[in-house]
Design a protein. Structure first.
Length: 252
């Protein structure tokens, strides 16, 4: 049976990924910093309370995976935080660093410890969750956009380094995903721009060709596909699941 680790897997997109992989017959291991959310997940999933920006904790997680599973077939480096919503001159350095630590360094650390397992096995798949903010930029969200651009460069490099060992690496760039985290973004962005929450929401939706927000399951199904044999020659790719963004920041 195939084995997948999903970071930030207890809720939102990560949980949708875990459900999609389980439906496809995978063994699922989720890691999350939210202990309460971890408790509210299916009993059949392995679970670890981990801060993905803490190298000691990540190292211990992969040691446990090695001991209990003997290896790993897929990694979904999905952990991310929204970071501050403010003009660049108003962003505090510590807020910048906290955002980059989770979004970029968290993906790096997961890949760092997954790579030896996959290289030894001669196969594996890594999927990193970026964002359309990593393709177009994102006004008032400089640290988030910078980190999401950076994980694309990281993943393309992983595809080059690990390809000779049979390991693939790809990026998913979700658009605006329905859910509690996006609701917080909408409220903060509305305040920063002097707009209503509904106007910001409509701006995101109307900025896509399909006129719609994304659901977690849309991203999850792409992750499951990229880790499957159906995508055996897909590597180093950046795939948007966003309804096709035609205007990344309407009404600004």
């Amino acid at each position: 049976m195939m084995r997948v680790l999903i970071t930030a897997g207890a809720s939102g997109v990560g949980r949708a990924m875990a459900e999609a992989f389980e439906r496809d017959g995978w063994q699922v291991w989720i890691a999350d910093v939210d202990a309460a959310a971890l408790q509210n997940t299916p009993a059949g999933w392995r679970k670890s309370h981990v801060d993905v920006a803490d190298e000691e904790a990540v190292s211990a997680l992969f040691a446990e995976i090695g001991n209990l599973w003997g290896g790993l077939d897929a990694l979904c480096a999905n952990a991310g935080v929204a970071g501050p919503t403010a003009a660049v001159e108003d962003i505090k350095l510590q807020d910048w660093q906290a955002c980059v630590a989770v979004n970029l360094e968290g993906a790096f650390l997961a890949a760092k410890y997954a790579a030896p397992m996959m290289k030894a096995a001669g196969q594996g798949a890594i999927v990193v969750t970026s964002s359309t903010a990593g393709q177009y930029g994102y006004p008032y969200r400089a640290p988030y956009a910078a980190a999401k651009w950076a994980v694309i460069g990281l993943t393309k490099t992983l595809a080059m380094e690990l390809g000779p060992y049979g390991v693939r690496a790809n990026v998913i760039c979700p658009g605006a995903v329905e859910g509690p985290r996006m609701e917080g973004v909408l409220e903060r962005e509305a305040a920063a721009k002097g707009m209503t929450r509904d106007a910001v929401y409509e701006g995101y939706a109307s900025g896509t060709a399909l006129g719609s927000f994304v659901e977690g399951r849309d991203v999850a199904e792409m992750a499951a596909f990229l880790c499957s044999d159906k995508a055996r020659l897909v590597s180093g790719q950046v795939i948007a699941v966003d309804g096709f963004t035609v205007n990344p920041d309407p009404k600004v």
